[in-house]
Every structure is written in C-alpha cells, then in structure tokens.
Design a protein around this ligand. Sequence first.
Ligand code: NAD
Length: 468
Amino acid sequence: MRGSGPVLETINPANGEVHAAIGTPSSAEVEAICSDVSHSSALRSWQSMLPHQRAAVLHRIADGLVAGAEPMARAQMLENGKTLKECRAQAASAAGVFRYYAGVCETMESTMPPPRGNWLGLTTHEPYGLIAAITPWNSPLTMESQKVAPALAAGNAVVLKPSEVTTLPALELARICEEAGLPKGLLSVLPGYGTEVGPALIGHPDVRMVTFTGGTETGRRIGEQCARRLIPVALELGGKSPHILFEDADIPTACEGIIDGIFEGLGQSCIAGSRLFVHRSRMEEVLERLTEMTEKLRVGLPTDPNVDFGSLSSHQHRARVEQYVTLAREEGATVLVGGSRPTDPALAAGAFYLPTILTGLSNRSRVCQEEIFGPVLCVLPFDDEADLIDQANGTAFGLACGIWTADYRRGLKVARAIAAGTVWINTYKKLSIAAPFGGYKDSGLGREKGLAGMRLYQQTKSILLATE
Ligand code: NAD
C-alpha cells in the first residue's frame, strides 16, 4: 500500500542526495490498519499458538535475517551514514535477537504462588494484543529487532513506526518476516513523520501498549498521551553518560574504551560516554593520549572499508552538533581536536564532522548537561571521590556510566553510587541481549532485553482454582 499521506523522501547523508521516496499513511489509514490487525484471525491464531510453534517462526526470521543481512546493512548505511562495517555488525546482531527471543518464548515458565487456602494459584502472562513500536534513526537494525522480536514472542502483533530519517531497514525487516512465514499483519510498518503518524497510532483504541526509543522530549509527549489513555509505555531515552578514570586505571586500555565509547557511530548513540572525568593527577597524559588517538581516526565515505566513521545521520543533525560546539566555545571551552568538518573535497556534500574533544567546561555548562548525540567529548578533572559522584550524577539523565580503575572494590562501590541503568567497569559499550537495558531519571522507563524484555510485552493474570 502506498498510503495517501505525504510522500517521505529519505536522504543519503553521505552525499546529500535523495535516496528513496516512500508513501506514508493518512490518519484514517492508520486507524484502518490498526483496527484490521487487532481484529484479525492472524492475531487470534498467533496468540493461541503454542510457544514452541511461535519460536519456530522466530527462528526462521533469524535465518532470513542472516541471509538478508547485506541488503539490511546497506539499507541502514544509505539512510544514516554509518559505515557498512558497523551496519553489517548490527544486521548480524538483529538475527541474534530473534534467536534469543525464540529461546525465551519456548522456555519462559508461568509460576504458582504459594497457596494460602484451599485453592491452587497460577500466574500466567498474556499478550496485550496490539503493540505500537516507535524507533529512532541511529541504529534501526538493532532497535527495531529488540522491540519486534520480544513483542511477537510474547504473542502480540506489532505496528512499527520507524524514524522518518531511516525507513528502509524496517521495510526490509517486514519483508523478511513475511518470507519467513510470519502471518500477514502481525508486523505492519507505518512510515511517516513522528508528529503525524505517531499520535494517530498511539491514540488508536486497539493499541494497548507503546514501546518507544528516541529523544527525552518526544518520550515525555508520548508518555503524556499514554497516560491519558491509561496504557503502559516503555521509554528508552537520551543520555549524557559519564566515563570515570581513576588515578590507578590502566591508561592505554581506558583510553581505547573512552574513544570507542564516545566516537563509535560518531557519538550518535544513547550510551555515548560524552563526559569524561579524569583524576587531576593523570589529566595531562590522558589528554595527550586521547588527542593523539583522535587525530588518527579516519572519517570518510561509509562504503570505504578503511575509514573508522561515516557521516552524521543528516545535514540537519550536523547543524545541531555544530551549534553545540559553537556554544561550547562561548561557554569557554578549548577545542583540543576536531571542532570542524573534514576538509577533504570528496566529503563536501555529506554531513561529515570530525571527532571533537573539549576541555575547560564546567559540569554545569549546557554542553555538559544536554545531549548532543554527536562526536563531542567533554573532559573534566576531579580530585575527590564524593564530589566526582555528585558531578557524574549531576545531569537529568541516567542511562550509562564507565568506570576505569585497578581497584575492583572501589569500582563496585562507585558503580552502586551511580544513578544509571548500566555501569561498565574497565570496559564500555559491551551490550548483551540477555542483560536488561534502560534508563534511570530522564533516560527512560522500563527495561528492554533479557527475560524481562519479553514480560514487558505481556500482562500478568492470576487464575485461582478451588481444590476442595
Ligand atoms: P526523536 O525523539 O526525534 O524521534 C524518535 C521517533 O519518535 C521517530 O520515529 C519519530 O518520528 C517519532 N516521533 C517524534 N515525535 C513523535 C510524537 N509526538 N509521537 C509519536 N512519535 C513521535 O529521536 P531521534 O532524533 O530519532 O533519535 C535520537 C534520540 O534517540 C536521542 O535522544 C537518543 O539518545 C535516543 N535514543 C535512545 C536510546 C535508548 O535505548 N535509550 C537508543 C537510541 C537512541
């Protein structure tokens, strides 16, 4: 279906050219699609299928994702400018997510609460029915599979609204699901602008749960709409995550983790470690090493296997990153490295930007408080552990944190004091589909991934049977 809403053009950010023109649904079409799916016999039979039968379909989708990894990876690269290398790794991880939830689907058990009378209790978990999933542009290959796989495993149908910046990976995913034998209608993709398709989708009375990944302000608006409808919502939102480098850390290893932690994906990652707190006694050598390593990073065409990073996801987003670097200068920052576009004329038409390191800012500056979502690292010194913890926790966000120290006792103590959903010690950005993920404070509500990631898409029912 082409849809009678406005045509959406996606742009290849590496060259500024229109990559695809995609039809979008009108509000009336959103309404009709949601109603059709939620009253469909496909959804009824999916819900009544035994878990191992649903798992078999999820395994076939995983097989399809392995076979179709290259077109999936290219679809993402052409719309968000990440290197093909990184997109391929993400496509591979999408297949792993479907396999993991096939396993969860087949093995998750219901429970029996201890009896308190002459009755037998059963705690069962049932699907909501129709789930709305809304995703951002930075890593659609992974974000979309992390929502679709557990929601389907849990027995739901999903209506997925991908970002207007990156629509094609979701359409590819739907094609692969259909080819793998997922009954028609159980995954519908509604391309479109957030403010048009989004509210129509969330407002549909048959949508019983919403799962969202994106910016904090959008999350707040979606949360408000869900609150009015009294439907549950899971929100994976922004971050301003601290890296903490104690004086006893292994500096070369820590610097590698710090560089990957902020610059991988050109900082367009919710868990980017964008504030680095370094013990004052090691500041000079750390800055020297980080500067040297950053100068060697290669930014270039996403198809070039020799580059570390491609372009930012759009020219509009680059303008936003540039505004933050201008603001940083106004706030008194020193730009140690980067702070500009690359000079290579071959990159002039793309949304490229150089990895940037700033010093001289206070943790209270706007640049240290607001999410830039770009390749900008702010480095700040610290002297004292208590003050460090206050500063590390001193933003509205609470998504992730990295701690670098040779003393595991100290590492654990600080990890417990940090208000964040994920804390890494002597590593960073290591993610597992088996580990729950989500934010504290303005970084979100609820946890995706892991066993709980499937329960997110189910409601709990108690059944009590008299035994006498
Ligand atoms: P965004 O909030 O602008 O958009 C996200 C999605 O929401 C898009 O599909 C958009 O079309 C839709 N949308 C916008 N307004 C809407 C509305 N009123 N109702 C319903 N849907 C609406 O975010 P973005 O710019 O696409 O992505 C970047 C943000 O995502 C960053 O803040 C980043 O931190 C966050 N993010 C978080 C995680 C996480 O797991 N915590 C992961 C990746 C990205």
